[in-house]
Every structure is written in C-alpha cells, then in structure tokens.
Write a protein that binds this ligand. Structure first.
Ligand SMILES: Cc1cc2nc3c(=O)[nH]c(=O)nc-3n(C[C@H](O)[C@H](O)[C@H](O)COP(=O)(O)OP(=O)(O)OC[C@H]3O[C@@H](n4cnc5c(N)ncnc54)[C@H](O)[C@@H]3O)c2cc1C
Length: 363
C-alpha cells in the first residue's frame, strides 16, 4: 500500500519503520525537521515509568519495560543501563513498605530483563555513591535500573533505518489537512493521495484532526515539561520527591553535566513552549533541598522543553494518562499520546490496524 505519515517525531518514525518493513511504500511529511519537537525534549530515559505504578498503569509499565530492554539489545551503542537511586528520607511521602512493593512490582513486570534487580541500600551505601547529597533524615534508599539514551541520536538512527529501506522523509513540509478518503493537503495547497494516512503529529494530532473537520473521539491534555542542564558533574542518577509534594523529579548525569527535570504545567497548543522563570526556580529549589552545594540561575547552562501529549481519560476527564489510543476514520489512522519508550509497540499497533480490518480503535 501507498501510505502517508504526518509527523517526524519518534512515533511517526517508528510507524514509518514498521510499515516499510511490512512491505508498504511510505512517505513521511514533517512540518519542520525530524526529531526537533517533543521527542528531542524527553528526560532521555527508556523506562517502564516506576511512578505510573501508583496510578495502576500496569499494562503500560509492562509494555514499556519490555520495550526498554528491546531498545537496549537493539542499539547498545546508543543506549546504556543507568542505575538510579531513590533515597528514602524521614519526611518522604512514601513509606518503606510502599517503595518496597513498588520496586518489587517493577521487577516482576520486567519479566526476564537482563538488568540487575532493585536493591535496598543502607545510609552509608547511599552516601558513598552520592557524597554531595545532604543526608539529614536519610534512611537509606533503593537502587534500581533503567536505560539512558540520547533521544535525538536514537531518533535519527531510526530515521536512517527508514531511509535505507526506502521511506521518503520530506521535511519542512507542513500538512494542512487530512481526510478519511486518504488525502493530504499540504500547506501550499498541493493534494497528495494515499491508500492510508497516519496522523502521528504528537501534541498537534488532535488539532490536525479537528482542523480537517473530523470529530476526535479522544482528547489530549498538553502538559509542558522543562529540564535544566546544570554546569556540574553528577556522580549518580537520582529520583527524588519534590519537597512537600508527591511528584518526583530526576537528577541525571548528562554528557558530563547534570540534567534536572521535569515540571508539569498544563498549557494550550498556542502558548509558547518554553521554560518559565517559575519552572527554573522550582527545579533549582527542589535540587537545593537535597544537595550540600547549592545552585542558582548562573549554574543553568541550558534548558529544554517539551509538551506531553497526554490522553485524557473518558471516565475521568480530570485525569490524563501516559497510555495511547488509535482512532480509525476510513483510510485515516490517528495516534493520540504515546511515550518515547513505547514508540515501537505503538507502531506495531498502527501497522496491525492498517493490515487487519479490525475494531476502529484500541489501546
Ligand atoms: C518533558 C518530557 C519528558 C519526557 N521524558 C520521557 C522519557 O524520559 N522517556 C519516555 O519514554 N518518554 C518521555 N516523554 C514522552 C515522549 O517524549 C513523547 O511522548 C514522545 O516524544 C512523543 O513523540 P511524538 O512523535 O508523538 O511527538 P513529537 O516528537 O512532538 O513529534 C510530532 C511531530 O509532528 C510534527 N507535526 C505537527 N503537526 C504537523 C503537521 N501539520 N504537518 C507535518 N508535521 C507536523 C511536529 O513538527 C513534530 O515533529 C517525555 C515528554 C516530555 C514532554
């Protein structure tokens, strides 16, 4: 089949990759450059998402853990195991029992993963690994493993696989509208006809659908996440509770510096996608709460920001999930949501929805 894809983020690229491997002729249209939007602004983790266990997102976590390991074995030159410590403090929001159950479940859902299992570390062991941590109230911590990658390089590696199999990637070509009949109208008015069209425009997918006068069964909540790069090295990756909140944030080693993130700020699609001064202060204060040597604005050498396309739950519209959904309208397939880690799994479902005449949507 002749298939047109809209969106050159990781989800669009993985869809192109899966479909070309299935023998289809694929053309991908990207408004700007590939891998320049959300997919380049991630926390650089291929992970199950330990925190989603608290929301009962077991299916997603299990799939993501499987995908984490699949990426690691496929591209060991672009991804590496990352030990992360969750220090337990006296005033922390989660009890030792909660953490214990969470990490055990994470391990169970990892199945036959080759990554080491999680382990409880004593106060001294945590301190030895992170001497710069302020240990007041420290009661020990869990060490577990996920995987770190360079999102931009890995996305471009996927793009290379696509190109080598014959996918035509057309950049700087915005798509104005799509149709259930398989047409695409480009911004310059040119009409392109395909046997199938896949709308994988990430945070912009719902807008493209609505702009094309096609009703959207799903809705996206757009939640900005900012990261700071701090000009100091980081001895060990940490997952920490934001003081007085249940939210967690990461402190990660990143190319000889420290990556701090992230925030969660709901916004509209038309608002600027940039790190506000308030978010910068929020992350700096959270970091300073835990470290002996304090940082300020002057230590921030870079920031990067992305907009999470989160699927709004139909049952509970106030609750957004990291799950993804696929909607079919005739020859058009639209993807809502989807994490970096699960992009291959999502692409396989898109491929199945195109190949097999199945139910019109599934998660
Ligand atoms: C702060 C933050 C941290 C995150 N951390 C992680 C993490 O550590 N691990 C993880 O697994 N996930 C993480 N995620 C989630 C993950 O990054 C995203 O869910 C994923 O990158 C979305 O990819 P995408 O391809 O759907 O969207 P995008 O990467 O945004 O790609 C969509 C593309 O469509 C293009 N486009 C839009 N409209 C049009 C149009 N009309 N015509 C042509 N092209 C168009 C855009 O230019 C864009 O390039 C994070 C997200 C955020 C925001």
């Amino acid at each position: 089949m002749d298939i047109g894809i809209v969106g050159g983020g990781i989800n669009g690229l993985c869809c192109a990759w899966a479909l070309v491997q299935d023998g289809h002729h694929v053309t991908l249209f990207e408004r700007d450059r590939i891998m320049q939007a959300t997919s380049r602004a991630s926390s650089k983790l291929l992970h199950g998402g330990i925190r989603y266990l608290e929301n009962g997102q077991f299916r997603l976590v299990r799939e993501a853990l499987y995908e984490r390991d699949a990426w690691l074995s496929m591209v060991p030159h672009l991804a590496e195991p990352l030990p992360i410590i969750y220090p337990k403090f006296l005033n922390g929001k989660r009890s030792r029992l909660t953490l214990d159950m969470g990490f055990r479940l994470y391990g169970l859902l990892s199945g036959s993963s080759t990554l080491p299992s999680s382990a409880w570390l004593t106060n001294n062991e945590v301190h030895e690994k992170i001497p710069e941590l302020n240990i007041t109230g420290l009661q020990g911590g869990y060490r577990y493993y996920d995987v770190q990658m360079d999102d931009y390089l890995l996305g471009n590696w996927v793009a290379e696989q696509c190109r080598s199999l014959g996918v035509q990637i057309i950049e700087q070509t915005p798509v104005r509208s799509v149709s259930a009949q398989g047409t695409l109208i480009l911004a310059d008015g040119t009409e392109k006809r395909f046997e199938r069209v896949v709308n994988v425009a990430g945070p912009w997918a719902e807008k493209l659908l609505i702009g094309s006068k096609i009703p959207s069964r799903y809705h996206l909540d757009l939640v900005r996440g900012s990261h700071l790069i701090i000009a100091r090295s980081c001895s060990h990756a940490l997952i920490l509770e934001v003081p007085d909140e249940r939210r967690i944030f990461f402190v990660l080693p990143w190319k000889g510096k420290t990556l701090l993130g992230t925030t969660e700020v709901r916004q509209q699609l038309d608002d600027a996608i940039e790190c506000s001064q308030k978010e910068t202060q929020y992350l700096i204060e959270a970091y300073n709460h835990y470290f002996i040597s304090q940082i300020s604005d002057v230590d921030v050498v870079d920031t990067f920001v992305g907009l999470r396309p989160l699927l709004r739950s139909a049952a509970n519209p106030g609750k957004a999930s990291r799950e993804y959904a696929i909607q079919k309208n005739g020859k058009l397939v639209t993807v809502f949501g989807g994490k970096w880690t699960t992009s291959r799994a999502l692409a396989n479902k898109v491929q199945a929805s195109i190949t097999i005449p199945m139910q019109s949507h599934f998660r």
